[in-house]
Design a protein around this ligand. Sequence first.
Ligand code: PMP
Length: 406
Amino acid sequence: VSAQAADPTLLVRRQAALGGELSPLFYRSPLQVVRGEGPWIHTADGRRYLDAYNNVPVVGHAHPAVVQAISRQAAVLNLNSRYLHPNVVELAERLTASMPDGLDTCVFANSGSEANDLAWRMARVVTGRGGAVVADLSYHGVSEATAAFSTNTYPVEARPAHVAVFEAPRDAGDDGIAAVERVRAARAELQRAGHDLSLLAVDTVFSSAGILTPTDSFMRGLQDEARAVGGLFLADEVQAGFGRGGRNLWRFQDFGLTPDFVTLGKPMGNGHPVAALITRREIAEAFVEVDEYFSTFGGNPVSCVAALTVLDVIEQSDLVARSGEVGALLRAGLESLVPDLPVRGQGLMVGVEMPGAADFAERLREYGVLVGTTGPGGGVLKIRPPLIWTAAEVEQFLIAFQQALR
Ligand code: PMP
């Protein structure tokens, strides 16, 4: 791929054609990106940045095996998903085999939003109820239904009465009892509005709430109480999934959960758009008795081979364990650099609560490292690199971090 000269008109043209507010960019002076390579992003001004932010390229930017698999399949055939093709079958088999018993049915979509939206439609049909319970500061998608679940961005005054919110776990004392109390309070709120709990959805890394690390008992309390009152439980693994937590392929497994729905997206195709909902057969069957689902692109042969290759690379390079080890190294390094600041997370999903986090992210960029911000008021640095990071990338990151601190 040849170098691309920086185009000084691009930002103005973008704002004119896409709308500034409608399609925001990272950084006060946005990066004009040219190409990616493993942990690196190259920009048009000839610089390269260590990518400590992007979870979409989970096996690294432009991973050769993924690029080759996509190119090969695209050169052979890509089409509407209503034809019999081995890629879609194999991917569904591998995903369901990686889940706890009972999560045996896979539905493909193109985005995390669609997968969550479908779970919500299924939950309503199966439970005959119309109330949803979600965490504060959560993000679940862009469709009408999932935007209303996205308490991080959706205006409080516009929140529909069928959505009730519980407080995400903010300290280690938030145990199973706290979770049960919060679900009960949220359910009572739904009932006062004439609804009942159909679905409780939770991002298993609480990414937009500031990368929280809940106790196992808190997470099980949420799941068990939702079920005990006749609702269904959704583990949103769109951010957390594919080994980022460094213990299991799916973060919900770390807590010993057995969800009714699991949704996958973002890293699934290493940048190629593909997503999935995994559920139990009886839920899917009850849904198709009264409704239907069809996605033109969802589960097409190219998307599926992208996801299959991502799974292969994660397995062959042992990236789940590596994420755990490298993540521990990263957290230890950060803790020694900023001993007074809370460093949270698990695996390669790390948050640092920091005054002036947005300014610090700008400064880190000057030192060649890309991170994001999240949490209340954007006060948490979000460090979420590709899982191919090694000790070498951690060291470079920490050097830049120390320079930016000074
Ligand atoms: N759920 C979570 C937890 C997410 O982080 C996101 C995306 N940020 C979504 C769902 C929506 O996924 P998509 O943007 O692919 O629709």
